[in-house]
Design a protein. Structure first.
Length: 233
């Protein structure tokens, strides 16, 4: 589930990188123009549209965006057609928390929250909110404690992903939450305020770059949760 302003070349590169690991990738277009390069103007335009859209609740507390209902249906359809142990879901930025809402579907086995930015952190309550209602959170907690750990990715310096949000994930999910919070101090960055962990800031060409830890954490979760167990002997 892509970030704002849309499926940029860097987001598409990430999808291809996942496919190279042997996974089938589906990337629904939720906003923006696929293939268009990142720009701040396009980002602000798409954020403004999301703010007035019925499908995105960017400021609401204790409730998920309505578009997650459609994404749940898509997830069920993908699992029905593709089979396998289950489906992985990676949300980014505006869609970062959406994988939590999808956990009510048993087919979701590998949820990834990359720079989860909703609701926008305009108050202390917003900064620790998880963008799901209480009923969904109860399911998330139950599944995270049993068969479906949650992976969270962020840069520690990112104001769009406040620390209280990850602290809340730790408090609610305990050992079921895998926290990959990265520090980029001393490493090259694409933007003055790094945000996009596995797209714009990903540097596989630099083996020691922290973003590679995030990428490998995704692959590790997917391998553990989605691949069929190897037969013994």
């Amino acid at each position: 589930m892509h970030e704002v302003p849309g499926i940029t070349p860097e987001v598409a590169d990430f999808a291809r990188r996942v496919a190279m690991e042997g996974y089938r990738v589906s990337m629904p277009v939720l906003f923006g123009t696929p293939g268009a390069p990142f720009s701040y103007a396009a980002t602000m335009r798409e954020v403004a549209r999301a703010c007035v859209s019925r499908e995105f609740h960017v400021l609401a507390l204790r409730q998920q965006s309505p578009i997650t209902d459609w994404l749940r249906a898509l997830l069920r359809d993908l699992h029905r057609r593709q089979g396998g142990r289950g489906v992985g879901a990676v949300g980014m930025c505006l869609t970062g928390n959406f994988a939590l809402a999808l956990m009510v579907e048993p087919a979701l086995m590998a949820p990834v929250l990359s720079q989860p930015s909703l609701p926008f952190g305009c108050s202390p309550w917003h900064r620790r909110d998880l963008h799901v209602d209480d009923d969904v959170l109860a399911v998330v907690k139950k599944r995270a404690a049993s068969d479906c750990p949650v992976l969270g990715l962020r840069f520690r310096s990112d104001p769009m992903v406040p620390s209280p949000r990850f602290e809340r994930l730790h408090a609610e999910l305990g050992d079921g939450f895998i926290d990959v919070s990265l520090c980029l101090r001393g490493h090259p960055t694409t933007n003055p305020v790094p945000h996009s962990v596995v797209s714009a800031e990903l540097r596989e060409d630099l083996p020691n770059h922290p973003t590679n830890r995030a990428l490998q954490a995704i692959f590790s979760l997917f391998d553990r949760q989605l691949r069929a167990p190897r037969e013994s002997g």
